[in-house]
Design a protein around this ligand. Structure first.
Ligand code: SF4
Length: 318
């Protein structure tokens, strides 16, 4: 039914696709799975330039990852954010003993593997005839069928219908590249697109899909830097948020003797965090451990704690 379309997509991919991405040139399911998890919230260039290879060097197999302490995994993940991804990778490595299952249903039983990731692993690592679904593919499908607010169910139906049953691997990679390079959120290049012939949304592509407006609340907190000489006090987080990372303590109100050194903000998916930073030389709570700056650089801390530390160092220089 889509024979000509699939041929056009394959030709476009051969000429313009990102064929040299390392996770497209391996049959190692772990390497493919790792790339899928890293790419969930992070751009290809960032993953490629800074995280993918160092992580693989540190944990070359899923088995090695499962045997490593969580703190070492979090340290290697530092800077990528969304640490639940790293914790779920680690749990999956432990639960599987180093071998991922091949079926989509079994993959979806594992921590952090939802429908999209299970399809991507099945399609790319195990070469199954299933479509992949990520933000770029969603956008293409909505535009192809001129759907302003498609449901998940509808998108999956369309994706299964459209997938190239003979060359699913190239087709799926091509769809992701077309979304990233041609069918971009703003000013898509429809005149270069191999899907142009059947695309119902090409006359007004930015209309599809309609964005849901999100209002993100701001949470304000007071952070206290307890000092002992050149050392700063941190605690190991054990709540749900940033669990396993070290962080600077928060308080309801700073003591009178503490002084404000600055503020930092950080955007998370569901809220924005605004931190006023105070320095205190009073007696610290007993659950804090004191580290000098070079020691802090060796333990896993979150992006916002990195910003707090930088604010403190800048103040010292000023
Ligand atoms: S023709 Fe345009 S809107 Fe349609 S899929 Fe291609 S780039 Fe996207």
């Amino acid at each position: 039914m889509y024979r000509d379309l699939h041929r056009n997509i394959r030709r476009w991919y051969a000429a313009h696709g990102r064929l040299d991405l390392p996770w497209r040139n391996t049959e190692d399911a772990y390497r493919i799975y790792l790339s899928e998890v890293m790419l969930q919230q992070t751009q290809v260039s960032t993953v490629l330039e800074r995280y993918y290879f160092p992580f693989l060097k540190r944990f070359p197999t899923l088995e090695a990852l499962g045997k490593a302490p969580l703190e070492a995994v979090l340290k290697a993940w530092e800077g990528l954010g969304y640490y639940t991804r790293a914790k779920n990778l680690h749990k999956t490595a432990q639960l599987t003993g180093g071998t991922l299952p091949e079926s989509i249903d079994a993959l979806m039983q594992l921590p952090g593997i939802g429908k999209n990731t299970a399809h991507a692993v099945a399609a790319f690592a195990f070469r199954q005839t299933v479509p992949v679904m990520e933000a770029n593919v969603r956008r293409i499908l909505a535009r192809l069928y001129a759907l302003e607010r498609p449901t998940e169910k509808k998108l999956w139906e369309l994706a299964y219908d459209l997938v190239d049953k003979e060359n699913p691997f190239e087709y799926n990679q091509a769809m992701m590249d077309i979304g990233a390079m041609l069918c971009t959120p703003k000013a898509p290049k429809c005149d270069l697109c191999p899907l142009q012939k059947i695309c119902r949304g090409k006359n007004d592509p930015e209309r599809y899909p309609q964005k849901r407006k999100k209002t993100v609340p701001t949470k304000s907190v007071t952070v206290l830097l307890y000092k002992q000489g050149e050392k700063l006090g941190l605690y190991k987080r054990d709540g749900k948020f940033l669990h396993g990372l070290w962080g600077f303590p928060e308080c309801d109100a700073p003591p009178d003797s503490a002084h404000l050194i600055g503020s930092v903000t950080h955007a998370y998916t569901h809220f924005k965090l605004s931190c006023d930073i105070y320095v205190s030389e009073e007696t610290a709570p007993s659950d804090l451990t004191f580290f000098n700056v070079s020691e802090i650089c060796k333990i896993p801390i979150s992006k916002v704690d990195e910003k707090i530390l930088r604010c403190h160092l800048n103040m010292k220089k000023a």
